[in-house]
Every structure is written in C-alpha cells, then in structure tokens.
Design a protein around this ligand. Structure first.
Ligand SMILES: [Zn+2]
Length: 94
C-alpha cells in the first residue's frame, strides 16, 4: 500500500495523485509534465516528500496549502479546511 498513486499520460509517468484529508479529494502533483508546473520528488513512494509546497485554489476561492514531507501533510494556516495548521499522516490509496 502506498500513499501516492502514479499518474500517467500516454504511458509516461507525469506525476502522482494523493488523497487530501482536508479537502477529502484527490490532489495531483506533477513531476514530469510538459507545460505544467512540476514539483521535485524525493523518490520515496512510501514516505514521499515533494517540494515546493502544494497550493490548490478552488473555483470558489478556497485554498488548500500544504507541504508534503516524509509521508505527512503539513497544512499551512491559510487552508480553508479544518486541518489548517496540523500535520497529518498520508492515507494509503494505491
Ligand atoms: Zn487539500
């Protein structure tokens, strides 16, 4: 079981998806996707670290902003959801 699920486009690995416990939905992080912002991944699929931070902005203006480090979500204080300011272990999805 892994906390991240590989994301492919035309059989090329372009990134990963992970289940955000604050938003209760999947967030995608691209690591090798042309013409998109890409993140750096430490290659640890069990306890992943991505840099820089992930900031998701929803249509209604709500924000989810986190660091993903050593298999944990570190939610920053500008998150709209109730996990703002908390560090939460990632959920297995794959
Ligand atoms: Zn989120």
């Amino acid at each position: 079981m892994k906390p991240i699920k590989p994301l492919h486009k035309k059989e090329k690995l372009i990134g990963y998806t992970m289940l955000c416990p604050g938003c209760d939905e999947l967030h995608a992080i691209y690591t090798d996707y042309d013409n998109h912002p890409n993140w750096s991944f430490d290659g640890n699929v069990d306890n992943p670290t991505f840099t820089p931070s992930l900031r998701v902005r929803f249509h209604d203006g709500k924000i989810c902003h986190s660091f993903i480090k050593d298999g944990k979500w570190q939610f920053l204080n500008d998150c709209h959801h109730s996990l703002a300011g908390q560090t939460i272990p990632m959920t297995f999805i794959d």
